[in-house]
Design a protein around this ligand. Structure first.
Ligand SMILES: [Zn+2]
Length: 427
């Protein structure tokens, strides 16, 4: 722990069963280096778990932290500098993390993936690589749990797990540009640079140019099996978790995220681009499933949707929606007008698909809980809170439930929701 108060270290020691020794460090720059020196000096092996939880950016600690974990051990890392990672000033993020952020709706997931790419690059310098176990964006921070392994040969796969991101400046389309690829010949594997570019100069949907961000970690950010196991552990010890509702809500949503689809679209933004009314999330999900593709939610944004459907299919679905829900004429050079000028190739089927509800919705588990207090925390972004205008997306019952819940919470004891990992029984 890198904690000024040492509170978390105390909690680890008191509450986590089977824990050996907890080393708490002061919140100063050389803390991790000091830890490492001590470890070497005492002749003991490196830590099986290192929890890096500085105030602000962890970037200056990463080089030491990736060396301090035993082979197969866990590095937990928090970053609270969301303004940097979600980038109004992309160059600051680049200097700290070696990646350019983009300001899409998915920026909080991109923040997680920039942090993971950064940890990986530090690990690679010591012939090590990471395997993400759980990556969470909550409130005003991101937190990742990664295992670190040592293997010079496995490290060659790193370029396959990293991608640049092309974000269209006119519409919602984004595309991933993998850094590396492999070619298998007989029994040998050759590592080559990725084929490029994956996009033309101008967006094929709206004719605008692209911004390029990244590189980001584009491999899975969770170990879904681990998440499922933790979720059932948490459920079986419900009483021991003061923040049970919050933890189970986040883990349930994470367990349903499509693991192989980086970033996501916002149905809200798709409709804003076309200036049309929004289909309900269930109707939109159904159309994607009926077209033969997968779709899921994301824990970082209640309105976000992950799908492996190509952007052409997404726009065709929206074109079909607009045919039945016409929009007012817009200037012809607007991205929305350019998109709608094309006839859909696919005939969207909006009939409700069985799989369109998430498992959590089907089981009526709250997937997103409102903040404990209104205007909670340091920098609540406008639009992050669920409001009545989201009724069309989430359903009236759900939103009303959230809003009234929020009001009653205001009067209730102002109990601070603890960070997910502050709860006991981490594996
Ligand atoms: Zn576009």
């Amino acid at each position: 722990a890198l904690s000024a108060s040492g509170l978390r270290a105390l909690r680890y020691a008191r509450e986590v069963e089977g824990i050996g020794q907890v080393v708490a460090l002061d919140n100063d720059k050389g803390a991790v280096e000091a830890c490492q020196r001590n470890i070497k000096f005492n002749g003991s092996v490196a830590c099986s778990k290192v929890d890096l939880d500085p105030y602000g950016s962890p970037s200056v600690f990463l080089d030491s932290a990736v060396q301090s974990v035993v082979d197969g051990g866990m590095l937990m890392c928090t970053a609270t500098d969301m303004a940097v990672l979600c980038g109004g000033n992309g160059e600051v993020c680049y200097s700290k993390y070696g990646s350019y952020p983009l300001r899409g709706k998915y920026c909080h997931e991109m923040a997680l993936r920039i942090l993971l790419a950064c940890i990986e690059s530090h690990a690679n310098r010591y012939k090590r690589y990471i395997v993400p176990v759980l990556s969470v964006q909550m409130d005003f921070y991101v937190r990742v749990f990664v295992r670190i392994y040592t293997s010079a040969s496995a490290m060659k796969n790193t370029p396959l797990k990293l991608s640049y991101v092309y974000q269209c400046t006119g519409c919602d389309a984004f595309h991933l540009q993998p850094i590396g690829r492999t070619v298998s010949k007989n029994t040998s594997v050759r590592y080559l640079p990725g084929f490029a570019p994956v996009v033309p100069q101008e967006c094929s949907h709206c004719q605008k140019k692209f911004n390029m961000g990244g590189p980001i970690w584009s491999a899975p950010i969770h170990d879904q099996e681990w998440v499922t196991n933790i979720l059932s552990d948490v459920k079986s010890m419900k009483d021991r978790y003061p923040a049970y509702d919050r933890i189970s809500a986040v883990l349930t949503t994470i367990s349903e995220e499509l693991p192989d689809v980086p970033l996501f679209l916002s149905l809200h933004n798709l409709c804003a681009t076309l200036k049309c009314t929004s289909p309900s999330a269930v109707i939109f999900r159904s159309a994607v499933i009926n077209a033969g593709y997968r779709i899921s939610g994301t824990h970082v944004n209640p309105l976000g949707l992950k799908s492996d459907a190509p952007m052409e299919v997404i726009w065709d679905i929206m074109r079909c929606w607009v045919k039945n829900h016409p929009v007012k004429a817009q200037p012809a050079d607007q991205p929305g007008s350019v998109i709608l000028a094309k006839e859909p190739v696919l005939q969207a089927n909006f009939a409700r698909a069985v799989a369109s509800l998430s498992k959590a919705q089907a089981k009526k588990v709250a997937r997103f809980l409102p903040n404990p207090e209104r205007h909670w925390g340091p920098k609540l972004r406008a639009g992050r809170q669920i409001t009545s205008k989201h009724i069309s997306l989430l359903g009236e019952e759900k939103v009303n439930g959230c809003l009234s819940h929020q009001d009653s919470e205001l009067d209730a004891k102002r109990q601070k929701i603890e960070k997910l990992e502050d709860a006991p029984a981490e594996s």
